[in-house]
Design a binder for this molecule. Sequence first.
Ligand code: SAM
Ligand code: SF4
Length: 396
Amino acid sequence: MNPAPIRIHRPAAGAQVSLAALPPLALYVHLPWCLKKCPYCDFNSHQAPDALPQARYLEALIADLDAALPQVWGRHVCSVFIGGGTPSLFAPESIDRLLADIRARLPLDPGCEITLEANPGTFERERFHAYRAAGVTRLSVGVQSFDDRLLARIGRVHDGAQARAALAEAREAFGTFNLDLMYALPGQSLAQLEADLDIALGFAPPHLSIYHLTIEPNTAYAKAPPALPDDDAASDMLDLITARTAAAGLARYEVSAFARPGQRCVHNLNYWRFGDYLGLGAGAHGKLSFADRIVRQVRWREPAMYIERALAGKAVSSEREITAVELPGEYMMNALRLAEGFEPARFCERTGQSIAAIDGALRQAEQRGLIERDGERWRPTVRGFDFLNDLQALFL
Ligand SMILES: C[S@@+](CC[C@H](N)C(=O)[O-])C[C@H]1O[C@@H](n2cnc3c(N)ncnc32)[C@H](O)[C@@H]1O
Ligand code: SF4
């Protein structure tokens, strides 16, 4: 393999970025293999080889971290998210070693949230307890549906019984867990969604993520799209989801995320509040702030290439500075996903700019009933959440 040199994009001379304080820093670690590629998935996930190169990949991750340390010197970490792919393909001993190697290099906040994504198709009874013993505090279980026919139709490797067994074990082994569902699946009826919600809520999940299935470019579904519920049916489904989750005590704190009090995901909240994150692993994205610039990074995407480059201390495949002109839009794309919205002081802290930069767009959004002011805070209205794309577009 002969990789191209790293691409570094610097903005043309213009308004300078200047930050008085750095935001919280989170750590994302990407494990890029799955048992089988799902036809709707555009994540950087690859079918696992017979022998997963766990030890070598861990070496590459730590070489990647070592090379990145000067960029986060003196900072501490508010959350760790081990995502994929299917991280639960990795043995608990590997996760234990990974977390020990991270702790030896970066100070984690006391009580730091450490999430690991798990797929019910890789579930073994003792595994979840062993992940907990390794230091994982929160499991995120990718269920999608409990309906065997729908699961088969969307190419999942597990059935409903395996999903239920994995959730029962997650609830038993972890103080807190997340359950991922998708809706508007091919041929799904409102009654089928209701049955999924009944079962999901029966586990009393502290946190629930429910995503509208989207057809992403470069997926098997993009090449051969299945028949999906129409917009009216999908909207009825969302109404059912919001009513049932609210009745179960789960607050919709982000467009697709629902949580009980005190159970919001620290890691994802940090993304939406425009915090920093160091992204390690194949294809991982990162965002890092410095006093005079904010940088986005991407790691080499293909696992073998990533391992080779990371071991050579060159895991980053491209890096670009976010320009001062782009910053308000980028901040708002995230903040408007949150029911809590944002405070002007936080906008200024994270972008280094005055709220005047978005004054016109705020007024327009307010006039159209998409956003409202509550004391110091601006937050999307119910209508703003329903027409989020229109609302976000006003700030771009
Ligand atoms: C990267 S996956 C990780 C979980 C694990 N790999 C799994 O699938 O069980 C995170 C979540 O994104 C959601 N997701 C993935 N592709 C999606 C798509 N095309 N549309 C909507 N949600 C999607 C699924 O709910 C999935 O659980
Ligand atoms: S298991 Fe998850 S990450 Fe892997 S292909 Fe399926 S949706 Fe994508």
